[in-house]
Design a protein around this ligand. Structure first.
Ligand code: TYM
Length: 321
């Protein structure tokens, strides 16, 4: 059983990435007893961002986040997607087995293409590159946020077509989605996302973090009146990080009107500082030591390329290349 997941380097890793992917992938990887594959989807980031220097910086940030949260480069496989280039070759092969209607129906394509002035073909075949990411490494469990579920279904569809035609070649992957979390809201209540610019960067300074939390949009219920926790982004974010008991206590305070939004934001801020204090410290140490990040990545890339090679050789053979 192989656990695999990736995060784009189109921006700094945010709280949604950490809760939706990093924490569950690290936990699932540990449970599996096998090396987990954690990668930085730098090729995917080219669909929306073209600045090389910025990509390099964001790639380091995402790698540092994986390491800060406990990815062990001696056990797990941490790598840049682009450094195992067989993935682009497999993308081409798989794209020839993918009905274009399947891609036209992808939510992410519909969402992103309606927001962008420049809709490139890369954005359209994005799910095929993602399928190649997963199938190349024969991964079976893919911890992701809810927004990626459809991409994994597309991956399964493509793999089935290929397997039916050529015999068992690819493992069929399954999404691993924590139902109680699913989608972490951003500052404006929509899904937290780099593209909506509504995200919380948990690695920024204390002051910056506090300011960002103050910007979370709430309704205008007065301080002493009961509030609906299930319609409040502050509560949703608190719940995503807090223990069960802490969540029950906060819910009670909301329902009884014993807490105002300002105080709830303050509690959220303090909780983020206390739960992620060690990771924040490790992240900033790593960011000042790029050599450590680079060594971890290169070690992972050697292992990733070896696994990729086995799959791509088998695929070429089936296809007559
Ligand atoms: P990306 O970079 O948009 O997000 C990385 C991971 O974070 C999760 N996530 C969230 N989870 C909960 N709430 C949110 N608001 C939230 N925002 C982001 C995403 O669901 C994802 O798990 N295409 C992928 C990257 C990718 C990948 C892969 C993932 C490329 N190849 C292969 C898994 C397997 C993406 O753009 O994720």
């Amino acid at each position: 059983m192989r656990v695999l997941t990736g995060i784009q380097s189109s921006g700094k890793p945010h709280l949604g990435n950490i809760i939706g992917a990093v924490l569950p992938a690290l936990a699932d990887g540990q449970q599996s007893g096998n090396p987990a594959f954690h990668f930085i989807a730098d090729l995917h980031s080219l669909t929306t961002s073209r600045e090389g220097a910025l990509r390099r910086e964001n790639t380091s940030s995402v790698a540092a986040a994986w390491l800060a949260f406990g990815c062990d480069p001696n056990k797990d496989v941490l790598y840049r997607q682009s450094r195992a280039p067989a993935v682009t070759e497999l993308t081409w092969y798989l794209s020839c087995f993918t009905p274009d209607g399947l891609l036209a129906r992808a939510h992410s394509f519909k969402d992103k293409s309606s927001n962008l002035s420049d809709v490139n073909a890369g954005l359209f075949i994005y799910p095929v590159l993602m399928a190649a990411d997963i199938l190349l490494y024969q991964a079976s469990r893919i911890p992701v946020g809810k927004d990626q579920k459809q991409h994994i279904e597309i991956t399964r569809d493509i793999a089935k077509v290929f397997n039916n035609h050529y015999g068992q070649t690819f493992v069929l992957p399954e999404p691993v989605i924590r139902e109680e979390i699913m989608t972490i809201p951003g500052l404006d209540g929509r899904k937290m996302s780099k593209s909506y610019n509504n995200y919380i960067d948990i690695f920024q300074s204390d002051k910056g973090l506090k300011q960002v939390i103050c910007r979370i949009v709430t309704d205008s219920t007065p301080v002493n009146e009961p509030k609906n926790p299930d319609q409040c982004s502050v509560f949703a974010l608190y719940r995503a990080v807090a223990s069960e008991q802490e969540t029950v206590d906060m819910r009670e305070q909301y329902l009884a009107g014993r807490i105002g939004y300002g105080a709830a934001k303050d509690q959220l801020y303090k909780m983020l500082l206390s739960k992620f204090g060690d990771q924040r410290e490790r992240y900033s140490t790593l960011m000042s030591r790029p050599k450590i990040i680079e060594e971890a990545l290169q070690a992972g890339e050697t292992k990733a390329r070896a696994v990729a090679q086995e799959t791509i050789v088998a695929v070429r053979d089936h296809l007559g290349f």
